[in-house]
Design a protein around this ligand. Structure first.
Ligand code: BGC
Length: 852
């Protein structure tokens, strides 16, 4: 290989994916060993080494967002691809190592399998045992084996006793009535000549198990069903059909994602087999998720605590989403129960009160495993449940040995791409906590929390998106989830509060400002961070329909309730139900919501309308949609004027709430003069509040950024480093290792409330990357503009971006301030230092000193 080459080849930002159905995948790679790529070439070959695409030598520096343009892809085919790059001197390098992607069924008619139903009776309101299905088959030869599989519910498949793949909770969640994902597994090593047996266990999962806050069951259907097709060398060997048999007489007596599992080890020998029935669910909605699987990640060992009330509690040292595996000796008939909780209460005892649904006690989340032992060794981990927990209350008649228990963190397979360290250990802990709240909540889709609702709340995701895209490589998770958001979009363009949602449901808060805007903000941010237009293309229609929905809503505004001068009244969004700023400290959530229901929240809703219309216009620009660019820019300008007329009094915002200043500054809704004044007033407000924040979900992410960029850097740092309530570091002083839903998650008395694992407030970590260390990526442009302050002695961040590693750090050394900056190959960065100097840096690592 030459001294410079392409590496980290990705297809749709996935590493060698098996089972995709994108007709035109997008390629990306990173360069190694060059300053600038002057040209590139991609070649793609099929399994017979036939060339299906040769891009030829393309003279540009593009390494991302390169669409496949070859002959149409075939189903069930593995394609290999390589890249050659030319350096800044127009010298050609050798071809890179090859990467591959493999298609699944690009035509639904390739499904030969039948849907089969394993249950003899469906009891919609009962909690059913898991279903076990099996099929034996004979092979006289083996070869390249593929299993294509999905279900209604969750599945675990085994061939000859070997678990197929490592996907936990397959087929993942989705808006099942619109898109049902299936997986493709390479099962070659599981097969042998002679008799083979395939077994599948089906559980309830998102499909018919408890859903959301109210634990509704059977949201997508009341059946369980399996669809699978095993192929060898592309020939169908077995399919799901009436020749399978099933039983419900297995060890899993009950299963629910959040309630847990009941497992009877005395029933591990299955009996009561009966025929299955075929069902006609069709294959039209089957899709490949084109994402990463949910897998077991870190493992944790336990410490055994005897709590003051004499209970035995395992402490795994980290709040997470996942489950506990155990392997212990027991006597037949002994029972073991595990209850999973996030914290200990004020007396040091185990509790799950904080995430129980107080309003509907009968429906509260249990997070519990009930296990009946067999004689000898008992090994177990749940198949169809995951929990949000650090602590596990164990009830067992025998001795509890902590070494018999291991916790597995379960979340989508994502590499860590963002690393931050500074001289204040508390801030480093805050980063750790944010990372873990992201891990605990990026389980196929971004959710609010792993305990209570476990839903893809749109507002939380948009508030956290920028930060999340620094910390973990989560493009596939967001991309998949945006597909769900679109699938939930109503005919009039309204975006639901969370996605996936209950089919055909109408929730009065659907269409809430700041939540629905995820449809624009998330794809926009992804386009910026990943220099990717494919994501804009995919989501443009949804984004536009949402902005049009807001525009239609604004048109309904009449001077009766709120008044702004003509012609701007019709750009004021003063109808609809909104969550508003949400969870500001010291505000009673119920009273705030009632007030909002009566009066609307034109300030929040109009600000988001103006902001989203602006982002949409920018998206249109990248996609060459000239008419839209102008139309939505104008719409945004008008909404901006309506906003200013509504919120300012002679150019001044008058409010005691910090969010009222942060939002318009962050969204650029004010004139320069108004902005300056608003920023000064915000600063004064924070200081009057004894340097405490009082923002909620929506503007917390921007608070420090807004202060820092308007000349109030000291206040921004003091807010970050504040450790009395409400503040980010208060939770750190309370030994939190994840981010709390509330600023007051555990109060002075030690009483825990609400979820202790909600990433939303962790969004400030984005500012550590793009503010304190100043790493900004906007559609392929890198800008490094650090904001150092002597309240920290040093800070350094590393971001493994799609272009390669970017690093930016600074340190006070004597009376000098030193910056260390690394720019990846084939990139230049615009550097702006606090002394006002600005210059360009090419690939490589450089240091700069300025006076402090
Ligand atoms: C969830 C959220 C969500 C909110 C809507 C809560 O119950 O946990 O994080 O955004 O409802 O306001």
């Amino acid at each position: 290989m030459s001294a410079f080459f392409a590496k980290d080849l990705r297809t749709d930002f996935l590493k060698n994916p098996i089972g995709i159905d994108e007709p035109k995948p997008h390629f990306s790679y990173r360069c190694e060993g060059i300053l600038h790529q002057s040209a590139r070439q991609i070649t793609v070959t099929d399994e017979a080494s036939r060339l299906v695409w040769d891009s030829g030598m393309v003279p540009d520096d593009k390494t991302i967002d390169i669409a496949y343009e070859g002959t149409p892809l075939s189903s069930k085919t593995r394609y290999s691809w390589q890249v050659r790059i030319w350096d800044e001197n127009h010298q050609a390098g050798g071809f890179s190592d090859s990467a591959f992607f493999e298609t699944a069924f690009l035509d639904p008619r390739l499904w030969k399998a039948k849907w089969i139903n394993p249950e003899e009776k469906i009891h919609p309101n009962d909690n059913q045992p898991a279903s076990y299905l099996r099929k034996t088959f004979f092979l006289d030869r083996i070869g390249n084996g593929r299993l294509y599989i999905t279900c209604h519910g969750l599945y675990v498949a085994r061939i000859n006793g070997n678990r197929v793949g490592d996907f936990v909770l397959a087929p993942g969640t989705s808006q099942y009535d619109r898109h049902l994902p299936y997986q493709t597994y390479d099962v070659t090593p599981c097969l042998h000549v002679g008799d083979n047996v395939m077994e599948v266990v089906l559980g309830d999962g998102w499909y018919r198990g408890g859903f959301g806050n109210n634990n509704l069951r059977n949201v997508y259907g009341s059946d369980l069903a399996l669809l699978c097709q095993l192929e060898i060398n592309k020939k169908t060997v077995i399919v799901s059909d009436e020749s399978w048999e099933a039983t419900q007489n297995g060890p899993i007596r009950f299963n629910d994602l959040a309630q847990g599992e009941h497992y009877d080890a005395l029933r591990e020998t299955l009996d009561g087999w009966h025929p299955v029935s075929a069902a006609d669910f069709g294959v039209d909605i089957l899709v490949c998720a084109n994402s990463v699987p949910i897998v077991e990640n870190e493992s944790f060992t336990a410490k055994l605590l005897i709590t003051p009330n004499g209970e035995r509690v395992l402490d795994f040292g980290q709040n997470m989403a996942g489950y506990v595996e155990f392997s212990l000796s027991a006597k037949q008939g002994q029972t073991l129960t595990l209850v999973h909780g996030e914290t200990l209460d004020q007396s040091g005892n185990f509790t799950i009160q904080n995430f129980q649904n107080a309003r509907k006690p009968g429906l509260s989340k249990q997070q519990r495993v009930d296990y009946r032992c067999k004689d000898g060794l008992n090994r177990y981990k749940p198949l169809f449940a995951i929990f949000g927990f650090q602590y596990v209350l164990v009830t067992f008649e025998g001795e509890i040995r902590p070494e018999d228990f291991t916790a597995h963190a379960v979340y989508s397979q994502m590499e860590q791409t963002g690393f931050f360290e500074c001289s204040d250990a508390r801030v480093n802990q805050l980063v750790h906590n944010t990372l873990w709240s992201q891990k605990s909540n990026f389980v196929d889709i971004p959710t609010d929390c792993p305990t209570r609702e476990r839903q893809g709340w749109t507002g939380d995701a948009q508030a956290f998106a920028s930060t999340g895209m620094f910390l973990l490589d989560c493009y596939p998770v967001f991309k998949k989830w945006l597909g769900d958001v679109e699938a939930c979009q109503k005919k009039d363009g309204k975006i639901t509060s969370y996605a996936p949602t209950i089919p055909d449901s109408h929730f009065m808060f659907d269409g809430s400002a700041g939540w629905g805007d995820a449809a624009v903000i998330v794809p926009f941010l992804m386009g910026e961070r990943y220099a990717d237009t494919a994501i804009l293309q995919r989501n443009y229609r949804m984004a536009k329909r949402w902005v049009d929905f807001s525009a239609a809503r604004a048109k309904k505004s009449r001077p009766g309730r709120w008044f702004v001068r003509r012609p701007y009244q019709k750009f004021l969004v003063d109808t609809g139900m909104h969550w508003g700023e949400w969870l500001e400290p010291n505000q009673d959530a119920v009273a705030t919501l009632t007030n909002m229901a009566m009066k609307g929240v034109p300030d929040v809703a109009t600000a988001y309308f103006a902001y989203s219309a602006r982002l949409l216009s920018k998206m249109g620009e990248k996609l060459g949609k000239t008419d839209d660019v102008k139309k939505y820019a104008e719409l945004s300008d008008n909404a901006k004027t309506a906003f200013r007329l509504f919120t300012t009094d002679q150019g001044r915002i008058v409010s005691e709430r910090q969010c009222q200043y942060v939002r318009p500054i962050a969204f650029d809704l004010l004139s320069e003069e108004e902005k300056k004044r608003a920023a000064d007033d915000l600063d004064a407000l924070v200081l009057r509040n004894h340097t405490h924040l009082n923002t909620g979900f929506l503007s917390t992410p921007d608070l420090c950024r807004v202060l820092a960029e308007t000349g109030h850097l000291d206040t921004a740092y003091r807010l970050l480093l504040q450790d009395t309530k409400p503040s980010w570091l208060y939770s750190v002083t309370k030994k939190a290792n994840t981010i709390w839903e509330n600023w007051n998650g555990i109060d002075k008395e030690g009483i825990p409330r609400d979820s202790l694992n909600h990433y939303a407030y962790g969004a400030v970590v984005g500012w550590l990357f793009d503010g304190i260390c100043g790493i900004r990526l906007t559609a392929g442009k890198i800008v490094i503009r650090p904001f150092p302050n002597p309240l920290l002695h040093y800070a350094k961040a590393r971001f493994d971006s799609v272009f390669g590693r970017i690093e930016s750090g600074w340190e006070y050394v004597g009376n000098r301030l030193r910056f260390d900056i690394t720019v990846p190959p084939n990139a230049t960065a615009d550097i702006l230092l606090p002394d006002g100097t600005s210059f360009r840096q090419d690939a490589g690592r450089k240091s700069y000193d300025i006076d402090r």
